[in-house]
Write a protein that binds this ligand. Structure first.
Ligand SMILES: [Zn+2]
Ligand SMILES: [Zn+2]
Length: 105
């Protein structure tokens, strides 16, 4: 007969009933804590699933954030290119005296 291992501590039991009794006595109030969001879970499995879920969620958020950052950089580069293209024309306008001193320019 194989020993029944407790999944919440390293103890072994000769029967399922003694394992069940041990779980009731020793692990009745035990909860598994996620130290990221201070949530309690009844079993280790629940906690692991929650951590995997949170990891996936945070990775998704990181990916969205990076995509947004890249888009912002891309837009800035585009605007800079447009500005560089317009710059000779703008300086020509200034040289030709098209500025009004009263506008505070
Ligand atoms: Zn145990
Ligand atoms: Zn959590």
């Amino acid at each position: 007969m194989t020993d029944q291992a407790c999944d919440q501590c390293p103890r072994l039991f000769t029967s399922t009933s003694s394992l069940e009794r041990h779980k009731e006595d020793a692990h009745h109030d035990q909860r598994f804590l996620c130290d990221t969001c201070i949530r309690l879970f009844a079993t280790k499995q629940d906690l692991h699933e929650h951590i995997a879920c949170m990891w996936f969620l945070s990775m998704t958020l990181v990916m969205i954030y990076l995509t947004l950052c890249i888009s912002v950089i891309y837009i800035n580069v585009m605007l800079l290119q447009i500005y560089i293209q317009l710059l000779p024309r703008l300086s020509l306008t200034i040289k030709l005296g098209h500025l009004d001193p009263k506008s505070g320019f």
